[in-house]
Design a protein around this ligand. Sequence first.
Ligand SMILES: Nc1ncnc2c1ncn2[C@@H]1O[C@H](COP(=O)(O)OP(=O)(O)OP(=O)(O)O)[C@@H](O)[C@H]1O
Ligand SMILES: [Mg+2]
Length: 290
Amino acid sequence: MKLSDKNIFSLPGYKSNKHLPEIMTVTSGKGGVGKTTISVNLSILLSRYKKRVLLVDADIHLGNVDFVLGIRPKYTMADVIAGDIDLRDIIIKCSQGIDVLPASSALQDLMEKEEDILKTIFNAFAILGDKYDLIVVDTGAGISGSVMSFVLGADKVIIMVTPDPASIADAYGMIKIIKQTHSDIPIMIITNMVDTSEEGESLYKKMELMVHRFLNGSVIYGGAILKDNLISNSIRQQRPLVLNHPNSTSVNILKIIARRYLQLPNLGENKASFSDRFVPYQDIIIGAGE
Ligand SMILES: Nc1ncnc2c1ncn2[C@@H]1O[C@H](COP(=O)(O)OP(=O)(O)OP(=O)(O)O)[C@@H](O)[C@H]1O
Ligand SMILES: [Mg+2]
């Protein structure tokens, strides 16, 4: 039986809707704006608040969380989908204090298995959920159905935006879908690659004004991360910034963002079960267009 044919929420190990972890999805619309950088570093910082964190690389075809963390997954989701290995055995315990569900590598043969990969990840939420307090989902670029599945199923969403007009337009497009379909999900904006913190804050204010005026909603300010060579160097060195340069300005800002994240309103108690929240991506596409 193919994984996609199974009712994933009746698999052994799935427990009822109790002690569910919080799901934070990091997204942007536009590519290359810092989603993975922030997902990795915020996950490590949040794990220091006695949170058991699972970082999920949900950039299905081009995931690089493993690269940023400098880890080498032995098995991938391809092995789980093939039925060769248990889902639990592809989770990597990182020395940085977080666990990671890596994306698949060697994806050429998996191009047509996107739905299977999605179900494997949703399955991980269900089976592993009670082991974690927080699941951080690093999405790929765009607003494809698979990305929107993770966004619209989340408890909280972080949207990365840079001063690039294309990034602003894509971030607004993402916020519009969320506000029109799931208006209760708190959205935190992190501005990235700005020249000054003032520029970052005014970029947030511009977004907040648009959301207020045209969508009758609001977004929350996370903080502004400046263009910083230490960030790009850390990626090249495959060592997360928070470990590589723990006393840098960018890490201090990330710590403020982590604290602000922890203060976001929590709607977890009112949320539906995973099986209602994480639905096949074709359904999301239809729903989002209504
Ligand atoms: N504040 C910053 N200053 C300098 N470089 C940065 C900054 N933030 C991110 N970068 C660099 O930008 C590049 C893209 O970052 P990252 O991979 O985190 O983006 P992404 O949104 O995950 O991309 P993708 O959409 O491809 O998944 C990386 O090389 C990273 O080092
Ligand atoms: Mg990325």
